[in-house]
Design a protein around this ligand. Structure first.
Ligand code: GLV
Ligand code: MN
Ligand code: MN
Length: 444
């Protein structure tokens, strides 16, 4: 693979690190199960701390448990940091997160070993709890660093077994009582670079090795709680039932119905045959993306001979604009009222995440594209419908992301896979981009 400079990352070392990390929390079927707070999360933290120290970087675990490794620069300037997260979704794949952390380690270690004299401090980070977790706070580490989570919110968080987040963070090496000073600004961080797998199949379809991310979708999540009446499954007549599962099921199918209606509005609007499409689906924004998912669903008492009295589920909505997300959430609310009344059940809704879409920084994306072009690595631009830590870092400094193709578009499952050749290309671009950003003579 072509390089414009003599300093090169070592893909074999990356692969060896990747093999080690994939074994921590590995499942028999080839995936990993390493959610925040698990034994595997703690083991991987220990592995990373050891490895970052071995690479000659100064290691620091901050109050929320983010792991940093930094090499000092020659000038008193804000740092360039590369990184991602090391936790996984329950029973997920090996690549989501660790690829970015290990790539960061590889780039910074390579520069360190080459004796590169960096002007700015260069470093790596592995953020705490990027994925959804039992405390219902995802992208926890990056959100805290960006000042988007308060100590009060964090100290109040407990999991379903009444374990406090404070304890889980303490086990991870942090301390929720010492959060003051954790917040970073553009005076601390000049730029943040995150390599990640695409988690879709657009790069694979386009036949390119890397994608430069232009922006990251907004993510909205709510907990829906349906309370009906548990009763005898044999003796309760159909007309006397207040079945929480049936109401929850109707709402779940309703989410799909709303999406399908929106799709057909959109295609009719795009074909210029429909004048009255809702504003969020106007003909002016035919590219606008929106998707929604019911991903977690539980019922109680959950027994074969009891009509379910309780049903709890999450609704997640993602999109390229906050207004489209909120108008979809409002449509869902109308549906919930109608179904609740029709079935005689109580439906309550609680928003647990409302994160706006975020654009990536123009200087960083231009530098990533220029680095790829200099090395003749084919790349294209793309918008991310997956959430990432870079969203929050982009709220206070320059952030950029590079994607590598996911084979078959598979992610959040054991089949997650990316070609090492593509990761080698991404490493070369990241290294070149880091050098170019270090050389830039602009202030934060
Ligand atoms: C991140 O994993 C996401 O849910 O998009
Ligand atoms: Mn993920
Ligand atoms: Mn991820």
């Amino acid at each position: 693979m072509p390089e414009s400079r003599t300093i090169q990352c070592d893909i074999k070392r990356f692969m060896s690190h990747f093999t080690d990390v994939s074994q921590i929390g590995s499942t028999a079927d080839g995936g990993v199960n390493r959610p925040f707070g698990s034994e595997a999360d703690l083991q991987l933290r220990a592995w990373l701390i050891q490895r970052i120290g071995d690479a000659g970087l100064q290691v620091k675990v901050d109050a929320i448990g983010n792991i940093w490794g930094v090499m000092a620069g020659s000038d008193p300037l804000p740092a360039i940091i590369l990184g991602s997260h090391h936790d996984s979704v329950p029973f997920g794949g090996r690549f989501d997160g660790p690829v970015g952390v290990l790539a960061a380690l590889e780039v910074v270690q390579t520069l360190q070993e080459a004796g590169y004299r960096n002007r700015r401090p260069l470093g790596i980070v592995s953020f705490t709890a990027e994925e959804p977790n039992p405390f219902d706070i995802s992208t926890m580490g990056s959100r805290t660093v960006a000042g988007r989570l308060t100590a009060q919110q964090l100290l109040a968080a407990r999991d379903g077994n009444d374990r406090s987040l404070e304890l889980a963070i303490a086990q991870a090496g942090g301390d929720l009582r010492k959060l003051s000073g954790i917040r970073k600004t553009d005076q601390d961080l000049f730029a943040f670079l995150e390599l990640h797998i695409e988690q879709g199949r657009r790069l694979e379809s386009a036949g390119v090795a890397v994608g430069v991310v232009t922006g990251i979708c907004g993510i909205y999540r709510e907990l829906v709680s349906v309370t009906g009446e548990a009763n005898h499954a044999g003796t309760t007549r159909l007309t006397d039932r207040r079945d929480a599962l049936l109401a929850g099921s109707e709402l779940t199918l309703g989410v799909e119905r709303l999406l399908l209606d929106r799709l057909s509005w959109r295609s009719r609007a795009a074909n210029n045959r429909e004048e009255n499409a809702p504003a969020a689906i106007s003909r002016d924004s035919p590219e606008e993306e929106l998707i929604a998912t019911v991903g977690r669903f539980t019922i109680a008492p959950n027994a074969p001979n009891i009509i379910p009295g309780q049903c709890d589920f999450t609704v997640e909505i993602r999109g390229a604009s906050s207004s489209a997300i909120h108008s979809f959430a409002a449509e869902f609310g109308t549906l919930a009222k109608r179904i609740g009344a029709a079935r005689g059940v109580q439906i309550s809704r609680r928003v647990i995440l409302d994160q706006a879409p975020e654009a990536m920084d123009g200087t960083v994306t231009d530098t990533l594209r220029a680095a790829a072009a200099a090395m003749h690595i084919p790349c294209c631009d793309l918008f991310s419908m997956a959430g990432h830590d870079a969203t929050h870092i982009a709220s206070f400094t320059k952030a950029g992301m590079l994607f590598v193709p996911s084979i078959g578009g598979k992610s959040h499952c054991k089949e997650e896979e990316t070609r090492m050749d593509d990761i080698a290309s991404a490493l070369a671009i990241l290294l070149e981009t880091t050098l170019r950003l270090d050389g830039l003579d602009i202030d934060a």
